[in-house]
Design a binder for this molecule. Structure first.
Ligand SMILES: Cc1cc2nc3c(=O)[nH]c(=O)nc-3n(C[C@H](O)[C@H](O)[C@H](O)COP(=O)(O)OP(=O)(O)OC[C@H]3O[C@@H](n4cnc5c(N)ncnc54)[C@H](O)[C@@H]3O)c2cc1C
Length: 421
């Protein structure tokens, strides 16, 4: 029986009878689908309440994204996280869960397990050693809370037994499980080869819950124009400090040239606000006072690009001048006209670029959009129209900035559901 064959998730009498005839059914209070950050946190919280909890994971191990996160050191939270660091069609939705489980709450858990950590920058907390510390911590907490976890397990169908006020889950091998509550924690669509699926979105559709438009976010940009592509390719690996702006959002961090376009924290952040055909604006020299630089060099025989190279990466200046100021790049500063100089300063500080696209879900850190927050309770994450069905973590239309915010949402939404499921 496929998901699409379900009638809004409600089992027919025939399906219920077949279910009873099959192998002995296992009964749980809470079944959580997805052993990632949100699912494991939810399991711990529900288990601590004495609920019989089962977590089903289709991959061969739990917490795979946690393991690769933060370059292997898991940026597990951000001590400055506030609702302003999240994108959603309803920016208020995340407030309740984030207020009730804060970065300090997660930090207390990390400290209880004696996991060494440090703040890298901007409130971003990373493990000193390895992301594995966080996965082991969650595993240990699950054991203490008597949570059962099954890996390599495919859920083929979920349906609600209206009369019995519970759910049946059909696993491969004709195995069936009953649960009072089902929590969908299957994450976003990014990095399919790590096990990302649209299972959660299909379950939502099956139960008639809306999904907002989805797109890869925290993702590098690509540039199709052959001229720009080859120019950027030449300086692949070069990074510089910049402001990136798009659709009223602005971030100041590093920008990095790649073979196909641009990446780096400022670009990843702004990508979440970018829609196809939008321009992004870069201020590639936020630290430079161009008026003062003019005064300092107006009698200098040094050529323009060499003056700029004293303040910006040399290879970047070469390519930038070649693209935008080839006629004045080798002019001695003292011979420059103020008009030309000002025009170059403007291009450098308000550099408009229209990415042709992004590197897509293959390289995106997260998926923006997801199960519509209109359909969920912001206190419990329960579907408003389906009692006992919960959605948590990245599968929901709540997307954090780069810097530990996405894990904080996973922990907080997991706890919110775990307290009631
Ligand atoms: C490369 C990379 C680095 C990142 N680094 C950071 C970071 O340092 N800090 C930060 O805050 N965020 C980071 N993120 C984002 C963060 O990993 C996610 O936002 C977070 O893991 C979401 O938690 P989740 O539990 O909702 O989903 P996930 O952690 O993705 O967990 C979902 C789980 O569900 C399982 N699953 C999927 N479909 C099914 C199915 N049909 N049946 C059973 N199981 C299923 C998956 O295998 C997975 O185990 C990073 C993401 C990537 C890709």
């Amino acid at each position: 029986m496929s998901l699409s064959e379900q009638n809004h998730g409600v089992a027919t009498t025939a399906q219920q009878e077949t279910a009873q005839q099959e192998t002995a059914q296992q009964e749980y209070d809470v079944v959580i689908i997805g052993a990632g950050a949100a699912g494991l946190m939810c399991a711990i919280e529900a288990g601590k309440r004495g609920r019989r909890v089962l977590v089903l994971e289709h991959a061969e191990k739990i917490g795979k994204k946690i393991l690769i996160s933060g370059g292997g050191r898991c940026n597990f939270t951000n001590i400055n996280a506030t609702p302003r660091n999240y994108l959603s069609e309803n920016p208020h939705f995340c407030k309740s869960a984030l207020a009730r489980y804060t970065p300090h709450d997660f930090l207390a858990l990390v400290e209880k397990h004696n996991i060494p950590y440090h703040e890298k920058k901007l409130g971003q907390l990373f493990c000193d050693n390895s992301s594995r510390d966080i996965v082991q911590m969650l595993e240990r907490e699950c054991e203490d809370a008597k949570v059962q976890i099954r890996i390599n397990t495919q859920v083929q169908a979920v349906f609600r037994n209206e009369g019995r006020e519970n759910f049946s889950l059909q696993l491969s091998g004709r195995e069936r499980i009953n649960a009072q509550s089902v929590v969908i924690a299957t994450g976003g669509l990014s990095i399919p080869k790590m096990g990302a699926t649209d299972f959660g979105h299909r379950i939502a559709a099956q139960f008639g819950l809306p999904c907002t438009a989805m797109k890869p976010a925290l993702v590098p940009f690509t540039f199709a124009s052959t001229q720009q592509e080859s120019a950027f390719g030449e300086i692949s690996g070069v990074a510089f400090d910049a402001y990136a702006t798009c659709n009223d959002a602005e971030f100041r961090e590093n920008v990095l040239f790649t073979h196909r376009g641009m990446s780096g924290p400022a670009i990843l952040q702004i990508s979440s606000y970018w829609n196809t055909n939008d321009a992004i604006t870069l201020n590639a020299a936020p630290h430079l006072d161009f008026a003062a630089l003019w005064e300092e060099n107006r009698t200098s025989p040094i050529i323009l690009k060499n003056v700029l190279s004293q303040h910006l990466p040399k290879r970047f200046v070469e390519v930038f001048c070649q693209e935008y100021a080839s006629e004045i790049a080798s002019t001695p500063f003292s011979n420059l006209s103020r008009k030309h100089y000002d025009a170059l300063a403007h291009t450098l500080t308000a550099w408009n670029l229209v990415p042709s696209g992004t590197e897509g879900y293959v390289k995106a850190e997260v998926t923006a959009g997801g199960i519509s927050t209109d359909a969920l309770s912001s206190k419990t994450m329960e579907a408003k129209t389906v009692r006992g069905l919960y959605f948590i973590g990245e599968v929901v239309d709540v997307t954090g900035w780069l810097g530990g915010y996405n894990f904080q949402w996973a922990w907080a939404s997991g706890v919110a559901a775990g307290q009631v499921a």
